[in-house]
Design a protein around this ligand. Structure first.
Ligand SMILES: NC(=O)c1ccc[n+]([C@@H]2O[C@H](COP(=O)([O-])OP(=O)(O)OC[C@H]3O[C@@H](n4cnc5c(N)ncnc54)[C@H](OP(=O)(O)O)[C@@H]3O)[C@@H](O)[C@H]2O)c1
Length: 356
């Protein structure tokens, strides 16, 4: 899969400096040594930036899956890998051992068969329902009974704007419970194997947390809304989704703070606005608009794949970063970097899972 080639690609992969610094060429609107734009242009730039225009309509990609190195010996888990952003061929094509952690065995089997036809390689299935803490515990135990190492955990699966009456098996809001608490618990259970892999291989491991530009719709955490009740029912479904994606970033940043110096690189990202099954709960008209405005789902894999496979020397500088399409470093809402909020979310999650 190659999206764009040419001069920018050569600039990115020139060996002269870290990728992050080179990316600034493409993400910053003004360089210190350039003339400053007029005030009106500056204002328009500020408005575009607050609307995250650049994340909704990103410039052409300057990275492609052709740049993925050989991944032989690397073991990876992709949650929700049977559809949308998580369903891609690139990891298998580059010889990674991939576990597809999905809730629906039939759908997963179909995807595994399809990927095998396209790549000649077979992903492995693990039953995982992120909306059920018991299932998550079971999935982590199954994984650790089969493998001694875990190099990359893609916390990708998720739901959006589900009906308000839908809750997780343990009674949490379905969006927050699946997207945030579920991935927190999976990561917590897999932390020992992630840490031991980093130690044994003397190389960092990665946790890639798929968030969304939608986090900026509700860049705060109202802890009263994580379980059902009046406060939760006062919110719109898109606010609850935005909050859950904001939670993904807060979690990612807290993981980076807690375990960055032990060899874990934690990143969050917006994969792009994509034509996937995520919009299944949206009204008909909104789904039609998406068909016109959104990008093919395969492009959504780019930023995750970049995060999960770029060389360690470059990935080290991305611990605690928020990435944006296509394969660039961005900036999340300021509140997502608040260490106090990160600690509060972590403690709340710990409290919820302590009896499982
Ligand atoms: N599409 C976009 O425009 C967009 C934009 C920003 C962020 N994202 C994020 O990208 C990620 C992937 O979304 P997508 O667009 O690829 O949507 P998708 O096509 O609906 O895929 C979501 C995946 O998550 C799985 N999943 C849902 N609930 C689960 C559960 N309880 N346990 C285990 N797996 C579960 C789904 O499984 P089933 O197949 O069984 O339903 C599916 O494999 C999500 O985190 C989403 O928030 C997407």
């Amino acid at each position: 899969m190659t999206y764009v080639q040419g001069a920018p690609t050569r600039a990115l992969f020139a060996k002269s400096g870290p990728v992050e610094l080179q990316l600034f060429k493409f993400t910053r609107t003004s360089q210190p040594d350039h003339p400053q734009p007029p005030v009106t242009t500056k204002k328009m730039g500020a408005i575009a930036s607050s609307l995250r225009f650049d994340e909704h309509f990103p410039p052409q990609p300057i990275w492609s899956t052709d740049h993925i190195p050989d991944l032989s010996g690397k073991v990876m888990i992709v949650t929700g890998g049977n559809a949308g952003v998580g369903k891609h061929t690139a990891l298998l094509e580059h010889n990674a051992k991939v576990y597809m952690a999905s809730r629906n065995a039939t759908k997963a089997k179909e995807t595994i068969d399809d990927l095998k036809t396209r790549t000649g390689k077979e992903a492995l299935f693990i039953q995982l329902d992120l909306a059920d803490l018991r299932s998550i515990k079971n999935a982590a135990e199954v994984y650790m009974s089969k493998e001694k190492e875990l190099h990359v955990l893609f916390n990708n699966g998720g739901v959006m704007m589900t009906p308000i009456d839908e809750l997780t098996a343990q009674g949490y809001d379905l969006q927050f419970g699946t997207n945030v608490l579920g991935h927190f618990y999976l990561t917590k259970l897999l932390l020992p194997i992630l840490l031991s892999t980093a130690q044994a291989t003397e190389a960092p491991v990665r946790v890639i947390n798929t968030a969304s530009v939608g986090h900026s719709m509700f860049p705060k955490l109202d802890f009263n809304t994580f379980r059902d009740g009046k406060a939760r029912r006062r919110l719109w479904a898109n606010q609850i989704y935005g909050q859950s994606k904001f939670g993904n970033i807060v979690f990612s940043n807290e993981l980076a703070r807690r375990h960055g110096d032990e060899g874990i690189i934690s990143m969050s990202l917006h994969p792009g606005n994509l034509k996937t099954e995520l919009s299944r709960h949206l009204p008909f008209l909104a789904r039609q608009m998406e068909k016109i405005l959104f990008y093919p789902s395969e492009m959504g894999a780019l930023t995750q794949l970049w995060a999960g496979t770029l060389p360690d020397s470059e990935a080290k500088g991305l611990n605690g970063k928020y990435l944006v399409p296509w394969a660039r470093v961005g900036t999340a809402a300021r509140s997502a970097y608040d260490p106090r909020l990160g600690m509060d979310l972590w403690q709340w999650c710990e409290e919820q899972v302590k009896d499982f």
